[in-house]
Design a protein around this ligand. Structure first.
Ligand SMILES: C=CC1=C(C)c2cc3[nH]c(cc4nc(cc5[nH]c(cc1n2)c(C)c5CCC(=O)O)C(CCC(=O)O)=C4C)c(C)c3C=C
Ligand SMILES: [Fe+2]
Length: 379
């Protein structure tokens, strides 16, 4: 009985996700368990230096997503008198479904004299924003997701290291538990309020809806964004201690869903459709009503966020929350109305605080031989 010794054991870490394709990986890829997100600023405006970095980043990222070291020679097989070309902490670890998604901030385009697409205009301020510049903006971003935190951190660390002299880290965020499902094959995980999060998300299998809400069509422009998407990141602190003193009934009514099953209030099962029409048992200020497509002119987004706990705040509270990441065709027609409605009316706002914000253009996926940003920088 049992498995034969010669049978390869299934790779529980998720294997290798293809790096090249029509869209970048890490968007509709089934959400991995861990995140390391970094925003960087250019330290030069020399376009050739930026192109050279993006070429080296692409090569290193493609290697690492395949489970290889960042550069040939790696951690131990090169000149012992020189620093190793890979930092080494992922030696012997599988690829763990690592994806690295690359994004460009409006500020990078300004610095290099490239016109910003209107979708990349700065977000307006929202009521109750408590944004910290130390957690906002950035010329470039790299989103590394994997099923092993060491693999995600290794990827970001080696890319940051490669960028030395051309970029510097502006801010970074670790996430430890996905709060979104991006495929119907995945179970819904829970956020730090204890609720299933990601139930009514766009899913990889809904290709028509992705074309409608996520992927930039060629006619939208600019040409270098066709097949790409825009990423909105919000670092949202959650006051979990206050939430934990709130009754279950109040928690469910604020959310608009039950805590156990995750069903819309008034329904029995998680994936039952919410009744938002006349006589609805879901409150007028419930989170899922305010964020729904019905309340936002039909707008939907692909959420791909992560829980975080960044230690404590020195005042006896966890510095915990949701690192909200979402992909969409146009932040101003999708995220902005949603967040405006939530900031104005969502009673959940009493328990949360938006402390960081950034928007990035995520160009389409790469064909053979192409490097990140080529079509933007070479015209
Ligand atoms: C502007 C967009 C959104 C922000 C910011 C946001 C923050 C946020 N959300 C939760 C918890 C839940 N959100 C849920 C659903 C949901 N949230 C958004 C958008 C934002 N959330 C949307 C579009 C939806 C789907 C609405 C619908 O049509 O049903 C849910 C319910 C489960 C689910 O469908 O995912 C929970 C729970 C927190 C805690 C939070 C900030 C910290
Ligand atoms: Fe939400």
């Amino acid at each position: 009985a049992g498995e034969s010794a010669t049978e390869p054991a299934p790779d529980p870490s998720g294997g290798v996700v293809p790096f090249r394709g029509p869209h970048q990986a890490g968007i509709v890829t089934p959400a991995q368990d861990r995140l390391h997100f970094v925003a960087l600023d250019l330290t030069t405006t020399d376009r050739r230096a930026v192109i050279s970095l993006l070429q080296r980043w692409t090569t290193a990222a493609e290697r690492m997503t395949a489970g290889a070291e960042a550069a040939p020679g790696g951690a131990v097989n090169r000149n012992p008198e020189a620093p190793p070309s890979d930092t080494g902490e992922a030696l012997g670890l599988p690829a763990a479904a690592l994806t690295i998604t690359f994004g460009i901030g409006g500020s990078l385009l300004d610095k290099l004299g490239i016109p910003r697409p209107p979708e990349l205009a700065d977000l307006p301020p929202f009521q109750q924003d408590q944004l910290d510049p130390a957690f906002s903006g950035g010329d470039l971003c790299l989103q590394a997701c994997a099923n092993d935190p060491q693999v995600a951190v290794h990827a970001v660390r080696n890319l940051v290291r490669t960028g030395f002299g051309t970029t510097s880290v502006r801010w970074s965020q670790l996430g430890f538990g996905r709060t979104s499902s991006t495929s119907t094959t995945q179970q819904t995980h829970r956020n730090l309020f204890g609720f299933k999060d990601g139930t009514n998300n766009l899913k990889a299998e809904e290709t028509d809806l992705l074309d409608q809400h996520v992927w930039v069509p060629p006619e939208q422009g600019p040409p270098w964004m066709a097949g790409g998407t825009y990423l909105v990141a919000r670092r949202i602190r959650m006051h979990v201690e206050t939430w934990d003193r709130t009754s279950l009934a109040e928690q469910e009514s604020l959310t608009g869903r039950t805590k156990g099953v995750g069903a819309p209030i008034g329904q029995a099962q998680e994936f039952d459709l919410p009744n938002l029409g006349p006589g609805s048992p879901i409150g007028v200020d419930a989170h899922i009503r305010l964020a729904s497509a019905e309340n936002n002119g039909g707008a939907k987004i692909l959420r791909r966020g992560y829980n975080f706990v960044d230690g404590s705040d020195g005042l006896g509270h966890l510095n915990a929350g949701l690192f909200f990441v979402a992909f969409m065709r146009d932040p101003h027609r999708q995220f902005v109305p949603m967040q405006s409605a939530l900031a104005r009316r969502d009673k959940m706002m009493e328990y949360i605080e938006h402390t960081g914000s950034a928007v990035f253009a995520v160009p389409p996926g790469l064909g053979d031989g192409a490097y990140w940003g080529r079509t933007v920088l070479e015209g």
